[in-house]
Design a protein around this ligand. Sequence first.
Ligand SMILES: Nc1ncnc2c1ncn2[C@@H]1O[C@H](COP(=O)(O)OP(=O)(O)OP(=O)(O)O)[C@@H](O)[C@H]1O
Length: 260
Amino acid sequence: MNKKKKILEVSNVSHSFQPMSENSNLVLDGINFHVCDREVISILGKSGSGKSTLLRIISGLIIPDFGTVTLGDKKVLGPNPQINMVFQTFAIYPWLTVYQNIAFGLQAQNYSQETIDNQVNKMLHLISLEKYRNAYPRELSGGMRQRVGFARALAVEPELLLLDEPFSSLDIYTGENLRSDLMRIWSTRQIKTRAMVMVTHSVDEAVMMSDRIILLGSKPGTITGNYEITTPRENRTKQAMHDLIEEIGEELSDQIAASV
Ligand SMILES: Nc1ncnc2c1ncn2[C@@H]1O[C@H](COP(=O)(O)OP(=O)(O)OP(=O)(O)O)[C@@H](O)[C@H]1O
């Protein structure tokens, strides 16, 4: 049997903010899932269900109260170069040029200048930013700024790429262009990244991009649904995926209605 290798394991993760206070807020409760080699997973859930908190725990930015996150055979105990994140609000340095922003993570890892140049040039080419290499973020549109966010996160070729609503600040056309560029880079294996986990509010986006979708219920956040998508990405039109989009949309609407 062709069993896929696990890249990421989230085991029994629970987390509260202000656990010692009277206002203790259990956000995540006993979260278990894994991500295999070459898998793209999306996490959907209503606002406040804990999606971003879960992504930050996976990245090592937050240490959970209980449970573990394991990447390969190593526990995630803090931020590390094997995991990188693209944020909704771009998170690029305004005082650095496009080139310098993309080089930033590579410089922090003490690569030689030649390696940095090669890797930044590769990213500028892959993400269609060559014309803007010396521009500052203020000179770029939102779409171009988010391209820099992607190029910077991918430059270190992390094993795991986390995406926190990466297209939601962009207009539909710009978001779709960037999404299809990302999926082209991913499916043609032009980066060494082995898995992606994305948080999104868009059922369409999740269905078009992912191999699996996880639904997170709220208060506290527990996994309430798991959808495997086997239709090849190139065959996923809105029409072909209509039934699944409806099913997940209805499930989410029911969760929102139940919590009002
Ligand atoms: N640093 C923090 N301190 C206290 N509470 C927090 C903190 N970060 C998040 N929370 C709370 O945890 C809960 C989950 O937040 P989180 O941002 O993870 O949800 P989300 O599903 O990503 O929401 P959205 O879809 O609106 O971005 C919310 O009730 C939020 O107010």
